[in-house]
Design a protein around this ligand. Structure first.
Ligand code: IMP
Ligand code: MG
Length: 183
């Protein structure tokens, strides 16, 4: 963690704020799905951290699955092109499915996923996202659970990377300009 500290400009959401929010979100999900079992679908790679912490705040039988899609490379702008790199192992038919996302930026990735997964006839399909960027939301999305609305800046930490680094930071923050230049 210390290895990254010098690269961080400011902390936008602290580790404590994240954990408190996930506890709340988990409690709400537990209530909303009482008596059901849930299939959590994580969007790799960024969602693996929120998936691990959120799932442990949900008091229901859970199954896990992961999907990998391409959106960002090392670049910090969305391409609008979404490609499935790894599909789900589970059949979604008649399942209660909750997509877990790290961040909604343009919403293009999620829009594509929702459309694709809805076609597999789940009993229900909802989204839990830790972060949502304010401002340039390009598509209208119905997000059931949202942790924090943040400014439209590029952020790292808590699963989010720049060039595959910083995912293991326990908080969400912005990078100093020189951190981009070093890579
Ligand atoms: P969208 O399709 O524009 O909503 O972007 C979706 C994906 O881009 C997210 O799931 C992240 O993996 C990545 N992404 C978007 N904004 C950021 C950011 O600020 N930092 C790191 N990754 C991001
Ligand atoms: Mg992602």
């Amino acid at each position: 963690m210390d290895a990254y500290a010098a690269d961080i400009e400011k902390v936008l959401v602290s580790a404590e704020e994240i954990q408190a929010k996930l506890a709340q979100m988990g409690e709400q999900i537990t209530k909303d799905y009482t008596g059901k079992s849930l299939l959590l679908v994580g969007v790799l790679k960024g969602a693996f951290v929120v998936m691990a912490d959120l799932s442990r705040q949900i008091g229901l039988p859970l199954e896990f699955d992961f999907m990998a899609v391409s959106s960002y490379g090392a670049a910090t702008k969305t391409s609008g092109v979404v490609r499935i790199l790894k599909d789900l192992d589970h059949d979604l038919k008649d399942r209660d499915v909750l997509i877990v996302e790290d961040i909604i930026d343009s919403g293009l990735t999620l829009k594509y996923l929702l459309k694709s997964l809805a076609g597999r006839k789940p009993a229900s399909l909802e989204v839990a996202a830790l972060l949502r960027k304010k401002g340039i939301q390009q598509v209208e999305l119905d997000l059931r659970y949202v942790g924090f609305d943040i400014p439209n800046e590029f952020v790292v930490g808590y699963g989010l990377d720049f060039a595959e680094r910083y995912r293991n930071l326990p908080y969400v923050g912005t990078l100093k300009p020189q951190a981009y230049e070093g890579l």
